[in-house]
Design a protein around this ligand. Structure first.
Ligand code: ADP
Ligand code: ADP
Ligand code: ZN
Length: 216
């Protein structure tokens, strides 16, 4: 099963993609996570991406297209994969198509998670991530058992630099201008499946599984 998760920052793409990845044993490919790891490790790609990420802009298409192209060739993508946060521009979507054609694959569903802007702001400002294992939390909606500590590994929870109010507003604008057009793009290809993003994490997961299993 080859899937794309589409939606504005804070919609719950990462949260849902992780659950689905565990359920179907297929990798979650998050370009945001891969880019943040490159920034931490100070690789040439990370140094190039950092200023874009800090300002809330998109990293240039060729950088992320390269990441995904390489990642999709790996053995663990044979059974399927979940693209989380990619593509984010029409140009990225066109490149993805070329890459998939060249390796004889295609996308079965584009899951679009819809959440209104006010809720997005609350979700993003409360988002926390485990520094050690990457598990996501929300200070009010999905809190850890012990404040500031990961339930799974005990690591410290941190807030992403770009989740601060000002950068976050910029990211929502960037989404509207550059990413939202993908809804029509995939709708025209009859790949779009829209899921309401409000409700509990479990209920949203159930709606997604229902869509996938109905058409499997
Ligand atoms: P969120 O899901 O909150 O939007 P991500 O972790 O997906 O955040 O992305 C964080 C940042 O990484 C983005 O603001 C952007 O700078 C960069 N990024 C991630 N994916 C892409 C992509 N497909 N194209 C361009 N930039 C990207
Ligand atoms: P995205 O990957 O789309 O940027 P995340 O999966 O990181 O979004 O979710 C953003 C924040 O919202 C996280 O703090 C997460 O715990 C929280 N969250 C995710 N889904 C829900 C939900 N259904 N209800 C309330 N909060 C949620
Ligand atoms: Zn952890």
């Amino acid at each position: 099963m080859n899937l794309i998760f589409l939606g504005p920052p804070g919609a719950g793409k990462g949260t849902q993609a992780k659950l689905l990845s565990a359920r179907y044993e297929i990798p979650q490919i998050s370009t945001g996570d891969i880019l943040r790891a490159s920034v931490r490790e100070q690789t040439p790609m990370g140094s190039r991406a950092k200023s874009y990420m800090d300002s809330g802009s998109l990293v240039p298409d060729e950088v992320v297209v390269g990441i995904v192209e390489e990642r999709l060739q790996k053995e663990d993508c044979k059974k399927g994969f979940i693209l989380d946060g990619f593509p984010r521009t029409i140009a990225q979507a066109d490149s993805l198509k070329v890459t998939l054609d060249s390796i004889g694959k295609n996308i079965q569903h584009v899951i679009s998670i819809a959440v209104d802007n006010e809720e997005l702001l609350t979700r993003i400002t409360g988002r926390r991530t485990c520094e050690k294992c990457g598990k996501g939390y929300h200070v009010s909606f999905d809190p850890p058992k012990t404040q500031g500590k990961c339930d799974v590994c005990g690591g410290d929870l941190c807030q992403r630099d770009d989740d601060k109010e000002e950068t976050m507003r910029k990211r929502l604008t960037v989404y509207d201008l550059q990413t939202e057009p993908l809804i029509e793009y995939y709708s025209k290809q009859s790949l779009l499946r829209t899921v309401p993003g409000t409700g509990s994490i479990e209920d949203i997961q159930k709606s997604i599984v229902k869509i996938l299993e109905a058409t499997a």
